[in-house]
Design a protein around this ligand. Structure first.
Ligand code: GLU
Ligand code: ZN
Length: 297
């Protein structure tokens, strides 16, 4: 299989140094292996995605010397693929509707008997208010509801996954970069770890009918991505992705999480940090080689 990497930006602001680092790493990895580099526009959040940012992404990446096959995959065109995956998980009895808002969740998670609220990859670990109390009788289940958030029942999902893996683990993947705490190599998570530190994540949001986790998994599989290169801030979400791959019968790529580019004060660069926008460096007369030097490539 051809080594295939991708860069998957969200067109919600200018590309900054951190994005350039990610894109160049993925590009270099494909180049070295005689493989393929793909681009994907992650624009499921239509309230924040803007066409002019998308245009600027293409422009900045070309300026950096990157190229990719057309047409570019855009998540806003792919709802039917996401629906198929959600239907599959719904039919496995692993999703349930949730109408809690942020305030409800914060209140339930900080109830005295709960202890301090735990933070997972998506914020507070969901306290389970809407989770069905007993296993739902599949025959009584109707069609998957639309227009309402759907959560993954993590206990049920990991139990199902663990049944097909050995060693009592619920997920396993190979990390050839590292996470925020330098995790690397063969990474495993048990059912208990996933329930306690991640919990019932939302897989279909009310406003978009999908979620980052669901879309990224379906898209990486459809683009035959063999190596996912991205920032270490997404390492903690990776067990969710690997679990979904198992449940959906999709292959698990190799993951390569990289250091985050920080500013001179050691602070993580935010998208709003326009001073670090590639466009700004271009205006100031820097070259693509200068950008490579700045990010340490
Ligand atoms: N779209 C995500 C971002 O802009 C990247 C997702 C990924 O690489 O998995 O941060
Ligand atoms: Zn709820």
């Amino acid at each position: 299989m051809t080594l295939t990497t991708r860069f998957a930006p969200s067109p919600t602001g200018p590309l900054h140094l951190g994005h350039a680092f990610s894109a160049l790493l993925a590009w270099d990895m494909a180049e070295r292996a005689g493989g393929q580099f793909l681009l994907r526009i992650e624009d499921i959040d239509q309230s924040r995605a803007r066409t002019h940012w998308e245009e600027q992404i293409y422009d900045d990446l070309r300026w950096l010397g990157l190229s990719w096959p057309e047409p570019v995959m855009r998540q806003s065109d792919r709802q039917s693929a996401y629906d198929t995956a959600l239907d599959h998980l719904w039919n496995l009895g692993l999703l349930y509707p949730c109408t809690c808002n942020r305030k409800d969740i914060a209140a339930a998670a900080s109830a005295p008997q709960e202890g301090a609220p735990l933070l997972g990859p998506d914020g507070i670990v969901y306290p389970g208010t809407c989770r069905p109390l007993s296993d739902l009788d599949m025959s009584k289940r109707s069609e998957r509801p639309r227009g309402i958030p759907l959560r993954l029942n993590m206990a049920a999902a990991t139990k199902q996954a663990a049944a097909s893996l050995s060693g009592g683990v619920a997920c396993h993947f190979v990390e050839d970069g590292h996470g925020l705490c330098q995790e690397t190599g063969h990474i495993t998570r048990t059912t208990d770890q996933m329930v306690q530190t991640i919990g019932d994540v939302v897989l279909s949001r009310r406003d978009m009918g999908t979620s980052y986790h669901l879309s990224v998994v379906v898209d990486d599989a459809d683009q035959n991505i063999t190596h996912v290169v991205r920032g270490a801030d997404l390492f903690d979400a990776t067990p969710i992705h690997v679990l979904l791959q198992l449940l959906l019968g999709l292959p698990t790529p190799v993951y390569h999480h990289h250091d985050l580019i920080r500013d001179d004060a050691g602070k993580r660069l935010a998208k709003r940090d326009d001073a670090r926008a590639i466009a700004k460096y271009r205006q100031d007369g820097l070259s693509p080689a200068d950008i490579r030097k700045i990010v340490g490539l």
